[in-house]
Each structure stands twice: as structure tokens, then as C-alpha cells.
Design a protein around this ligand. Structure first.
Ligand SMILES: Cc1cc2nc3c(=O)[nH]c(=O)nc-3n(C[C@H](O)[C@H](O)[C@H](O)COP(=O)(O)O)c2cc1C
Length: 503
């Protein structure tokens, strides 16, 4: 028998057998009177905290109205409780009753015992082969979904159109504060045809009046860096763009955005919160605006909000995954799950924006090699953003001691810390982190640079810790990095990286 037919028969029969076993198990349950769809709905609600209808509908990939019909029946059958939240009576939540929890537990037991029975027939080596083969197969089917959107063309870094401008090589260098990505690094990246991004985060820390007049110092330094970078690339053929990364959480966010536009920046990238007001701040300018998101849900939210309020859609979407450096857009307890679903999230976001014209998807977080680039392209990315890889370059603006921490780091030195801003942050272990873990380091002075940070409660001043590192005092400094920093073995040039990633 030819292998194609045999494999097809096995897959079809396997699918039907599992479904049949599942149906039988549910039918034969002495206690429960549920259909297979109902059991899966209960599993999506889960035994944990109560959820909103939208959360469960998103999880099941069905509409809220379809879910409502199913939930009505499950409430009647006493498997689900539906209630209004006392603090806000407009919000309806659903949770499992004791009976619902028991039905989900029984269903999970069925799955566990089915898999244990399969594994019991195999030795360790066979189990490993089975796992690897099924994993590859699963991966393959996931990629088929994206082919329906992207077509059959092989995944490659193709010039990227953003309306009236084209980026010759769709490699973005992530904005890195404090003082890591300034005019020199961003210009070097744009010279190679990519998008060089200056970080606006406390960019004025070298200015003499930084501690007395931080707003003015930051605006002055921001404008100067943008002008220097634009000047450095002005006569370069096939150049890329200069962008600036401005965190929504920055105090004086509006003024920084306006200053960047005034200085002639090509693109504004904004995260650390959803930049819902950004189109209004840049109105009447040609600057491209790109929100950073961590999920398909956040993507849908920002598109809906910008369309409704400003009749405008993003020029691109930047999805930053949980392996990225610096502040992360996930709660600490979400990180593992977000990593497990990283490639799936790329596809979901791509599906979310597929109907928008000229709105490419940029993916960041844990991308270091050409293979990493190709993998995210295969899952639907149109461009990539790398941060960590660009730190250990000659052109990177940061102090050599900071780069040395990267070169010396080992895999076990990669840590996730609690930032006073309330989000987790990825960094390399330094004596500073050991000290913070052993007790609070009260901030000496505070210019309230980040709106979510409360100096009275903050375990340390993140701005001061990042400035210390930027000045080369890595003993007392916080060295942000993505999960791949330990892979750096030498100082490269930006050109070397472009050559390797595009070869
Ligand atoms: C040292 C460092 C500082 C960073 N600072 C910022 C920042 O100020 N704002 C921001 O939005 N992202 C920041 N990031 C995230 C990067 O822009 C980028 O998206 C991310 O690092 C990509 O993941 P990778 O480092 O694994 O390539 C920082 C990353 C690093 C490594």
C-alpha cells in the first residue's frame, strides 16, 4: 500500500476513533447528561475563576451569541452559574457549579487514562519518537492555516510596503531604553535597509538638567537623536526608516510623540499599554504609527478603538512575545502559556488583520538566528524585530560594560524580575538583582517618570537602576535583555547581522 494512502487512512481513522471513544465515555457516564460540545464548553470555562462570555467565546473561537445559546442550556441543566458582578452590574460572568467541575474532572480523567494506555504500550524511545512526530505533524497543520492567508510563496524577508513607503529589508531593531538604542545604532540599521528604532525612554539622562528639568532634557535629547540619525542616512541609497519607541506609560507621552514628529521621525512604535490616543496626537502628519500588542484580542481592541475614534487603522502591528527583553506585556503567571502558544498567537493576529490593507505584522521576542526569522515568517509574520541581537554590536550606543554583561552571561543568568511599573521584565542577573531580591532599595529621588510607578511602594527605582547600567555601573544597574542574551559570543557589526539573516 502506498504510504500516502496509508497515512491518510490512519489519520482519518485515528481522529474518528478518538471522537467515538470520547462520545462513548460521555454517554456512558452514569452521572452526566451532556453532549461532547457541552463538555468542551465546560472545559473552556474551567474550574478556576469566573470568566466573561467574551473570554470563553474567544477561547472556543465561536461568537458570543452562539455561546449564549449553549450557556442557557448549561445553566438550565445546573452545570453553570451566571451572575452579574456586584462591583459593576453591567458585567455578566459565568462559572462552573460543583456539578460542572465534576463533569470537567471526569472528562480530564478520560483523556489522561486514554494517553496513559497508549504510552503503556511503548518503551521510552518509542514514546520520544511518537512525541516528536506528532509535534511535527501538529506544527505542519498549524502552518497550513496560515498558508490560506499568505499563499504558497516561500517564507522570506521581502520588501515591506507601508502605504506610501517601502522598507527594503523588513528587519526592525527594537527600541531599547535606557540609552541602548540611540542615533548611532538606529542609523546603522536604517543604512542596511531596515528600521532603526531610537528608544525615547529617559533619553535625556546625559543632559546636564536631567534631574532638574527631565521633560525638557528628554525632549531635547529625543529631537537631537532623531535628527542625527536622519542626517546620517540622508544620502544612503535603499535606506530604511528611523523610528522611535515611546512607551504609553511615560509621563508626558503626548509631548514626546509631538516632539518626535517635529524632528521628522518616520515611525512611532508604542507599547507598555495600548496607545489608544496615538492617532489623535499625530493627526495631520505622515508619520507611521505602530502599536505593540501581546494578543489577537489586544489587536482587535486597538483596531476597533482607532477606527471608531479616528477612522484610522495601524500602519503595522508589532506582536512582542514573552521571550523579549525589557518590560513584557504579560503577567508573570501568563509567561509560560504565552510562550507555548507563541506561534499560534502569530497566526491569530495575522487572521485578525488580514482584511486590512497594508497592515503588515512584525513579530518580536526571542528571534536571534536566520532559522528563528524563517520560522516566524512561516507562521505569518511579514517582518521581524530583534532587540537582544543588536546589543552586542559595535554600533550599539550603550556602554561597553553593558555589552560585556551580555558576553559573559550564561543561560542560567537569564531572569524575569518584577518591575515597579507592575509588569514583569526580562534581564540578566547582576549583583543589583541579588540585592533587590534581598530587600527594598528605597528610591533616593523621584521625578515620577512612569505613570504606573508609585515611589512610596516601589521596591527600587527602575529608572535609576537602568541609568546606572547605561553609565557602565553594572554592579548597581539593571541590565535588560531578551532570553537569548547568553548566545552572544562576540561583538559584531550591524552589517554582519543583516548579512547573516538575509543570506
Ligand atoms: C536592553 C533592552 C531594552 C529594551 N527597552 C525597551 C523599551 O524601552 N521599550 C520597549 O517597548 N521595548 C523595549 N525592549 C524590547 C525591544 O524593543 C524588543 O522588542 C525585544 O527586545 C525583542 O526581543 P529580543 O530581545 O528577544 O530580540 C528592550 C529590550 C532590550 C533587550
Amino acid at each position: 500500500m502506498d504510504i500516502t494512502k496509508k497515512l491518510n487512512d490512519i489519520l482519518v481513522s485515528l481522529f474518528n476513533s478518538v471522537l467515538k471513544m470520547e462520545e462513548d465515555a460521555i454517554k456512558n457516564s452514569s452521572r452526566h447528561n451532556l453532549s461532547i460540545t457541552e463538555v468542551h464548553t465546560l472545559a473552556a470555562i474551567g474550574a478556576g475563576k469566573a470568566k466573561t462570555m467574551t473570554q470563553v467565546a474567544t477561547n472556543l473561537k465561536i461568537s458570543v451569541s452562539t455561546l449564549t445559546t449553549a450557556i442557557n442550556k448549561l445553566v438550565d441543566k445546573k452545570y453553570v452559574n451566571r451572575f452579574r458582578v456586584p462591583e459593576d452590574r453591567r458585567i455578566v460572568k459565568i462559572e462552573l457549579t460543583e456539578e460542572g467541575i465534576e463533569a470537567v474532572r471526569e472528562h480530564e480523567e478520560f483523556h489522561c487514562s486514554m494517553i496513559s494506555d497508549v504510552l503503556a504500550e511503548l518503551n521510552g524511545e518509542e514514546q520520544g519518537i511518537l512525541l516528536q512526530s506528532l509535534d511535527n505533524l501538529h506544527d505542519f497543520f498549524k502552518r497550513q492555516r496560515i498558508k490560506a492567508i499568505k499563499g504558497d510563496a516561500p517564507a522570506k524577508l521581502a520588501p515591506l510596503s507601508l502605504g506610501d513607503v517601502t522598507i527594503p529589508i523588513p528587519i526592525f531593531q527594537g527600541g531599547m531604553g535606557i540609552g541602548v538604542s540611540l542615533s548611532r545604532l538606529s542609523a546603522a540599521v536604517a543604512k542596511c535597509g531596515g528600521v532603526g528604532v531610537i528608544s525615547a525612554a529617559q533619553i535625556g539622562f546625559h543632559e546636564p538638567d536631567f534631574y532638574t528639568n527631565p521633560k525638557e532634557a528628554n525632549i531635547r535629547a529625543l529631537k537631537r537623536n532623531i535628527r542625527e540619525a536622519k542626517e546620517a542616512i540622508k544620502d544612503v541609497p535603499n535606506k530604511g526608516l528611523i523610528g522611535v519607541n515611546i512607551m504609553c506609560a511615560s509621563r508626558n507621552y503626548d509631548e514626546f510623540v509631538k516632539a518626535a514628529v517635529e524632528a521628522g521621525v518616520d515611525m512611532i512604535i508604542s507599547g507598555a499599554g495600548l496607545p489608544t490616543a496615538l492617532p489623535g496626537i499625530v493627526k495631520n502628519s505622515k508619520v507611521k504609527i505602530v502599536p505593540i500588542v501581546s494578543s489577537a484580542r489586544a489587536t482587535a481592541l486597538i483596531i476597533k478603538s482607532w477606527t471608531k475614534k479616528y477612522n484610522r487603522v495601524p500602519d503595522a502591528i508589532l506582536f512582542e512575545g514573552p521571550l523579549a527583553g525589557g518590560h513584557l506585556g504579560f503577567k508573570e503567571e501568563q509567561l509560560e502559556d504565552a510562550q507555548e502558544h507563541f506561534y499560534e498567537t502569530i497566526m491569530e493576529i495575522k487572521e485578525e488583520i488580514e482584511d486590512l490593507q497594508d497592515c503588515p505584522l512584525i513579530v518580536a521576542g526571542g528571534i536571534y538566528t536566520k532559522e528563528d526569522v524563517q520560522k516566524v515568517l512561516a507562521y505569518g509574520a511579514d517582518a521581524v524585530q530583534l532587540g537582544t541581537r543588536f546589543v552586542t554590536t559595535e554600533e550599539c550606543d550603550i556602554h561597553p560594560n553593558f555589552k560585556q554583561v551580555y558576553l559573559d552571561a550564561k543561560e542560567e543568568d537569564m531572569v524575569v524580575i518584577k518591575s515597579p511599573v507592575g509588569m514583569p521584565g526580562r534581564a540578566i542577573r547582576t549583583p543589583f538583582i541579588d540585592r533587590v531580591e534581598n530587600g527594598r532599595i528605597p528610591p533616593e529621588k523621584c521625578n515620577r517618570c512612569l505613570t504606573p510607578c508609585k515611589a512610596e511602594e516601589a521596591p527600587y527605582c527602575i529608572t535609576q537602576a537602568l541609568i546606572n547600567a547605561a553609565r557602565g555601573d553594572t554592579e548597581h544597574g539593571l541590565v535588560f535583555s531578551g532570553s537569548n542574551a547568553y548566545r552572544a559570543t562576540k561583538i559584531e557589526t550591524v552589517k554582519d547581522i543583516f548579512r547573516e539573516l538575509t543570506s
